[in-house]
Structure formats: C-alpha cells, structure tokens
Write a protein of this length. Sequence first.
Length: 379
Amino acid sequence: MLLFSEQFHENAFNYLPITFSLKIATNPRYFRLSLLKEIEPFLAFHSALEAGKEKAAEFYKSIKENNQQASTQELAEIQDQAKRRRKNNGQQKGQKLKGISAPHKKTVEYNKYSMPLCHFTGHNIWLLKPTNLNRGRGVHLFQTLEELNKLIANCMQRDAERKSLNFVIQKYIEEPLLINERKFDIRMWMLVTQDLDCYLFKEGYLRTSSKKYIVDSNDIDNRFVHLTNNAIQVHGEDYGKFEDGNQMSFAAFQKYLNAHYPERSMSVENEILPKIKNIVRKSVLAVKKKLNSENRKYCFEIFGYDFILDADFNVWLIEVNTNPCLEESSPLLTALLNRMLDNAFKLTVDVMFPPSPQYIQLPKKVYPLEGYANDVNLW
C-alpha cells in the first residue's frame, strides 16, 4: 500500500500505523546477515522514538492536564527534537539484538512520516506479528530490543524447519478509543468474486477485551488487555462478562457513542464506515494484480479486515486476514455470519451454478438482521 499511495502523492501511514515487513532466513549460516538487513530500518525508528520518550510523555501529560488536543505539527517537533538529541548522543552504546547494535546514524527518513500523539504517548510499544498465522497466534507486544530478540528467537525454535520467517512489526496505538475503559477493534468482511468484483459487507461488529486498558511495562504482553481476538479472550476469566461473546453490534456502539461523546455527534454509519470503505478500496487497488495471480477460474474469497479507532476517532487499518474466523461465538455473530455467507453465495455460487426454475419456486430460508429487509443483499 505504501508504493500504491506514493503514486497518488498520498501517505499510507495516514491510515496505517507505522509498519515494517521482515523476512528472516532461518539457516544459521545466513540468519545474522538476514536479520541485520531486515531489521535495520526498524532499529533506526525505534531508537529515535526511544530518545524522545521522556519529552513525549511530558507533552502527553500536559495535554491531558490541560484537556487540549495535540496537533500533528507539535508531535513532529517532538520527533525532530528526538532526532537531534540522538545525533548529539551518538557515542552512547545502543541496545543489542542478537549481537547487532541499534544504529547511531539515521538510516531511514523516519521523520518524513508524521505520527499522531495517540500512537506515541511515551511508551514506545510495538507489535510483532507472524504473517502465516491467524486468530492472534504469535502476536506479541514489546518495548525493548531485548524483548524483540527473545520473541524472534522463540519463533526460530518453533519454526526451524521453514526456510524463512515473515514478520510484521507495527507501531502499537498507545491511546486507543475505549469502551468502558476496555480496548476494542472493528471486524469487517470484504468479498472478492469470481469476476474480481469486490464488495464490503454493510455490517460488521466490535471485538472487545475483557480487562481494563492499562499500559504496564511489567506486563506489556498481557493479551487479555491488548488483543481482542475471540480465540484469545475466550480463555480469560472475564470473557462474556460485559458483552455476550465479547462482541458488540454497530447499533450498540452508536448508542455508546451517543451516551459518552454527545459533543462529538459521531455517527458510525455516516462518519466511521465511510472512512473504513475508503481504506478497503485503497487496499484492494493496491493488490488488484495479485488477487488472482494464477488466473484460477470460478473461485472467490472472503477477507477479514480489522480496524481500530484512536482516542481522536481516527480510523486505522491494522490487519487483513485471508482466513477470517467464522465461529458462531455469540447470537450477534450467528446472525451476522449466516446473512453474510448466504448473501455471498448469491453473488458467487448462484451465479456460477444458477438455481433451477423448480428450486426458485421453493420457499427459502431467511436470515434476518435488524434494520434490513430479508431480500436485500448486504454486500
């Protein structure tokens, strides 16, 4: 998406958190050289933010105390100060990752990308995500290079038989929008048909965490606080305590916004969802030549898109899943999944294999969703 956005003179990191892609060779002979090459841009960015942690924390605290809103320009000034500070202290030893020191010289133009204050409040938290897993498996939070080193080493031991390991390192949004002091994200579905037509399902749902959101450096990788995947939350002691299946409908979310942010007059349908649609559209255009690179006939796929809102109601795409969970883990999800799949089949299977006239005359099972007629396709 970065290359696609640059073609249109846009910044992909206006809707993606700062993200780095790594492909590391598992062969011990090439591992260190591979790691050095892949990790270097991230090390430069991490080191720059590390140098500015105290200044960012002070600024964030002052903003909170004065109930003001930070501008991107003010945060850019903090990042620039961190850059100068790091340059002046270039003789200090860097933290080490598998014998590799954080670089003392700037190796990437990290500061050409602005970052909202919600993403960096002074904690310098990042996510490590394996690209070949889903349902939250292998996803961990870290702050230090030592922590990252351990996480990569664990993956190396677990997947030693693979020729290479692919990871995504993504900036964690340190001040997300919360629901009753708990974190959440938004799951949407996107359908690619056999004709490469793309549709976004009109309804989605919120996935909530079970624990109060808090940033604790001594417990930074607490998955019940920071990760909202149902496959993770289901194992928590408070699973289902606040919402059935830790899931919330858009209608319930709208009621929450109306009650807790009346001054914002924030509309899920008219403000949040249009931003989501625009990001999905850009993501599809960015990879349209890869959607069916082998020219398979008569195939379709449903993707799961995950979004998060920061405390300033900005929408961020954090993940796209090729194998989204279809588990009916709550009455809400049962209703959504049945309608979503039924409507998807009408655009795909029924087009490739048209029903016979006799079948068309038979009564059909319906999958009602509140607010929609039963015969309306919601894709």
